[in-house]
Write a protein of this length. Structure first.
Length: 387
């Protein structure tokens, strides 16, 4: 282990940005774009000499570049500075599902440069680790400037390193996933719940960047809700805020609470479709989508029920957190389009008068946003923005 520890610490040291002031300047330019030295000094409450020293260092290391000077009505022209993205560091993001590994390599602003998908033979910790290593090592070989790796999966994660449990993968004992990967690659690794990572990606560089507060509701193998309030991702006391899909959206025939995942997850939607005779026992999502495209009224009834349940959950989030926007995502989010305008109408009825202007946006439903978000948590670690 001594050799591994040395390699890991050397890798971290090699990618460290430097002082708190250096990281503050880099993060501000990274997230919000070009600024002059005087603007950085005012925004970050740093002295002019400190900003000059920090930016000179970052320029010499090719982490920043200067843009064309902007003339002012009075005084000397301002020279904006920006992140060096083209020649800058690269990051790998790995999204783990029950049967696949989706890996991407991105720039420091999470622009995807290459994607790799590998089949997962079984979801055991050993097989997941081995398959991830195949993907990561292939991308690192192809992109020599990779300085950090992020991993996202459905589960409870501690300290961005240890997976405490994952119902999706069948892990009921802690797995030291970051350490297991760092034993093979001389790069720092961070691990996060995939929904939290995806929301971090939207918050830093995606459609959530323009909002101080927004909520993300996802549907697929599970159902999840995550919120950003006043610029911070809400994690909760046990880091389980919104991750269980247990939010009640009604009651069942016995009067027991009916959770969002029991209505809107893929398995629940398919079970409902089979119970109504819309699908056969061997049919899956492809068959349901085909029946929706053909205008099957039974298939429409199934997805309308899913849309109403999701709208109840969104109304609850709206009532409690009052976000500026609600973002819908997940691999089955496309089913909501077939149910239009059921979701919008139900949300409208559930929202208070002053909340009727809430913005509703929809992600594509593919895994790019998830894997890209996982790369962002590696960017955050590099830029010194760990939670």
């Amino acid at each position: 282990m001594q050799g591994h520890d040395t390699a890991h610490h050397d890798a971290v040291a090699a990618t460290a940005l430097g002082s708190d002031s250096t990281r503050s300047v880099y993060r501000d330019l990274l997230r919000f774009g070009p600024r002059s030295r005087s603007e950085l000094s005012q925004r970050l409450a740093l002295s002019a000499p400190t900003v000059t020293r920090v930016t000179r260092d970052l320029l010499e290391r090719d982490l920043l570049h200067a843009l064309a000077a902007v003339p002012l009505a009075k005084g000397r022209p301002q020279e904006p500075l920006d992140i060096e993205e083209n020649r800058g560091p690269r990051f790998v993001g790995v999204k783990v599902t029950a049967d696949e590994i989706h890996a991407v390599v991105t720039t420091v602003r999470a622009v995807v440069l290459e994607e790799l998908v590998l089949t997962l033979e079984d979801p055991s910790p050993a097989r997941v680790t081995a398959t991830m290593l195949l993907a990561v090592e292939a991308l690192v070989d192809a992109h020599p400037h990779v300085v950090g790796v992020g991993v996202g999966l459905g589960g409870l994660v501690a300290g961005r390193r240890t997976v405490l449990a994952s119902h999706l993968l069948g892990w009921d004992e802690p797995v030291e996933l970051a350490a297991a990967l760092e034993e093979r690659i001389a790069l720092p690794v961070v691990v996060e719940n995939d929904l939290i990572a995806m929301v971090e990606g939207l918050h830093w560089f995606g459609m959530g960047r323009g909002y101080r507060s927004f909520a993300v509701l996802t549907v697929g193998a599970g159902a999840g809700i995550a919120t950003v309030i006043d610029g911070h991702v809400v994690r909760g006391h046990h880091h389980m805020a919104g991750l269980t899909g247990r939010l009640p959206v009604g009651v069942d025939a016995r009067g027991e609470p009916l959770a969002l995942r029991d209505v809107a997850s893929t398995s629940a939607v398919l079970a409902r479709a089979r119970a109504l005779g819309v699908l056969g026992e061997a049919d899956g999502l492809a068959a349901l989508r085909a029946r929706l495209a053909a205008g099957d009224p039974g298939a429409l009834e199934v997805v309308q029920g899913m849309a109403r349940a999701l709208a109840v959950a969104a109304s609850a989030v709206l009532a409690v957190t009052d976000p500026e926007a609600i973002v819908l995502g997940g691999e089955t989010v496309d089913l909501l389009h077939a149910a239009d305008p059921v979701f919008a109408d139900a949300l409208h009825r559930g929202a208070a008068g002053r909340q009727q202007d809430v913005v509703v946006r929809t992600l594509t439903g593919d895994f790019d946003d998830w894997a890209r978000g996982v790369a962002v948590i590696a960017v955050q670690a590099y830029a010194g923005a760990m939670p």
